[in-house]
Design a protein around this ligand. Structure first.
Ligand code: NAD
Ligand code: IPM
Ligand code: MN
Length: 346
C-alpha cells in the first residue's frame, strides 16, 4: 500500500511525524513517498504544487496530508500561494466529498467550549462539497465605474456537482443513524435554491433517510445550542469550511478533527481540518491527534484496513482516558509526548 506523505508547512511536518510513528507501529505493509507541498514547495522549487508532487499523489493508493500556509507567502500572486496546493489536489484528483466527523470523546468533556451535558451528545459528520462553490468560480479585482477598487468571487454550483455530493451524504446517513440535514442559504442565494432542489430530487432514492433543511445561520446557532440533533450535515464548500471549525471546538479542539476527501472510487486524501498554525509552529505544542485520526480514516476508507483503523481510534481514546493532553486540550504534553501516549496505548 503506497502512501503519499505531504507534510507541508508550519505544524504540518510535526503532526505528520506522529501519524507516521503510529502507522509504522501497526505492522502493515506500507510504503511512503514524501513530496514537497505548499510554502515549502514554493520556497524550494517556485510552485506550491509542483508536477512531481501531483504525480506522487496520483500514483499513491492514498494521500496523508499535513497542512499548508505560510505568512511569508501571503504577498504572492494567488496562484503561487501555499493554499493553492490543497485546492489544486482536491480539484485535480476530483476529491469532491469531504467527510469531517465530530464525535465527543467522553474524556474530553472538560475541553469542549460547551457545557458537558450539551457536548456529550455530539456524534455528527459534516459532508462538505470540495470541488465547487465560491472557491472555484471566477474571481478578480476590478474598478467600479466611479473608480473604486472592487473584489469579486463568483459563487455557483451546477446540478451534477450537487447530485454527486448529495448521493455521498445520503449514503453516509444510511450507514449511520439515517438522518441528513442539508444546510444552505436558499432564502437568499440562487446557488442554494438549486442545491435544495437537487437534494430533494436525490432524496427519492433514499426513502429510509430522514431529510431536513436548515439555513446556515440557524445551523451555526443550532450547532452550539443542541449539537446532538445532528447526524449527517451536507453543505457546500464555504459553509462546510466554517461549520467544521466551529464543530471542532464543540468537541474540544481544532486539533481533534480529522477528515477524508474522497473521489468517486474511494481514492482519498486524509488531513486534519486545521491549518499550519504558524503561531505555535516549531514549539512542540501542536496536537497530533487530528492527523493520527486522519490516518485511521485513510486505513478504513482507502486501504481496506478497518481493523487497524479501529485500533488507532481505540488507542487515541485510551490515551485521552489516561490523561494525554496537549496545550489546546488544557494540558502540557508536547506533540511527540502525545504520539508516545498513543503508541503506548496501541
Ligand atoms: P489554523 O487552523 O492554522 O490555526 C487556528 C488556531 O488553531 C491557531 O491558534 C492554532 O495555533 C490553533 N491550532 C490549529 N491546529 C492546531 C493543533 N493541531 N494543535 C493545537 N492548536 C492548533 O488556522 P489559521 O491560523 O487561520 O491559518 C494559518 C494558516 O494555515 C493560513 O496560511 C491558512 O491559509 C492555512 N490553513 C491551511 C489549511 C490546510 O492546509 N488544509 C487549513 C486551514 C488553514
Ligand atoms: C480547510 C482550509 C482550506 C479550505 C484552505 C487552506 C484553502 O481552511 O481545509 O479547511 O478553505 O478549504
Ligand atoms: Mn478550514
Amino acid at each position: 500500500m503506497r502512501i503519499a506523505l505531504l507534510a507541508g508547512d508550519g505544524i504540518g511536518p510535526e503532526v505528520i511525524a506522529q501519524a507516521r510513528r503510529v502507522l509504522d507501529a501497526l505492522g502493515l505493509d506500507l510504503t511512503y513517498e514524501e513530496a514537497l507541498v505548499g510554502g515549502a514547495a514554493y520556497k524550494a522549487v517556485g510552485h506550491p504544487l509542483p508536477p512531481e508532487t501531483l504525480d506522487v499523489a496520483r500514483r499513491a493508493d492514498a494521500i496523508l496530508f499535513g497542512a499548508v500556509g505560510d505568512f511569508d507567502c501571503d504577498h504572492l500572486e494567488r496562484h503561487l500561494r501555499p493554499e493553492q496546493a490543497i485546492l489544486g489536489l482536491r480539484k485535480e484528483l476530483v476529491l469532491f466529498s469531504n467527510l469531517r466527523p465530530a464525535k465527543m470523546f467522553a474524556e474530553l468533556a472538560d475541553a469542549s467550549a460547551l457545557r458537558p451535558e450539551v457536548a456529550s451528545a455530539i456524534d455528527l459528520v459534516i459532508v462538505r462539497e470540495l470541488n465547487g462553490d465560491v472557491y472555484f468560480g471566477e474571481k478578480g479585482m476590478r474598478k467600479t465605474a466611479d473608480g473604486l477598487r472592487e473584489g469579486y468571487d463568483i459563487m455557483s454550483y451546477n446540478e451534477a456537482e450537487v447530485r454527486r455530493i448529495a448521493h455521498s451524504a445520503f449514503r453516509a446517513a444510511r450507514a449511520r443513524r439515517g438522518k441528513l440535514c442539508s444546510v444552505d442559504k436558499a432564502n437568499v442565494l440562487e446557488t442554494s435554491q438549486l442545491w435544495r432542489d437537487v437534494v430533494i430530487e436525490v432524496s427519492a432514492d433514499y426513502p429510509d433517510v430522514e431529510l431536513s433543511h436548515m439555513y446556515v445561520d440557524n445551523a451555526a446557532m443550532q450547532l452550539v445550542r443542541n449539537p446532538g440533533q445532528f447526524d449527517v450535515i451536507v453543505t457546500g464548500n464555504l459553509f462546510g469550511d466554517i461549520l467544521s471549525d466551529q464543530a471542532s471546538m464543540c468537541v474540544g479542539s481544532i486539533g481533534m478533527l480529522a477528515s477524508a476527501s474522497l473521489d468517486a472510487n474511494g481514492k482519498g486524501l486524509y488531513e486534519p481540518i486545521h491549518g499550519s498554525a504558524p503561531d505555535i509552529a516549531g514549539q512542540g505544542k501542536a496536537n497530533p491527534l487530528a492527523t493520527i485520526l486522519s490516518a485511521a480514516m485513510m486505513l478504513r476508507y482507502s486501504l481496506d484496513q478497518g481493523a487497524a483503523a479501529d485500533r488507532i481510534e481505540a488507542a487515541v481514546a485510551k490515551a485521552l482516558a489516561g490523561g494525554a493532553r496537549s496545550p489546546d486540550l488544557g494540558g502540557t504534553m508536547t506533540t511527540s509526548e502525545m504520539g508516545d501516549a498513543v503508541l503506548a496505548a496501541l
